[in-house]
Design a protein around this ligand. Structure first.
Ligand code: FES
Length: 68
C-alpha cells in the first residue's frame, strides 16, 4: 500500500528502513526523498515515522523487499 502519493513510497519501503534502524523523521525524509518542500507536501511523514518505529520493533506488515 502506498503511504506517500508524492513520491510513490510504499509501506514496505518504510518498513525496510525501520528494520535497518532508521526511525528519525528527518532521516526518513532524507532517505525517502521527501525532504524537498517544492515537490513534496510532507503530510505522510508522521505516519511514515510511526510505521518505521513499529518495524524497528520487529513488527512488519509486509515481507522484506530485500532478497537474500
Ligand atoms: S504524501 Fe508524502 S510527501 Fe506528500
Amino acid at each position: 500500500m502506498y503511504v506517500c502519493v508524492c513520491k510513490g513510497i510504499t509501506e514496505c519501503n518504510v518498513e525496510d528502513l525501520g528494520c535497518a534502524g532508521v526511525t528519525c523523521p528527518d532521516k526518513l525524509a532524507a532517505a525517502l526523498g521527501i525532504d524537498d518542500k517544492e515537490t513534496c507536501c510532507g503530510r505522510c511523514l508522521n505516519h511514515i515515522a510511526d510505521l518505521a518505529v513499529i518495524a524497528s520493533r520487529g513488527h512488519r506488515r509486509h515481507p522484506t523487499s530485500v532478497q537474500a
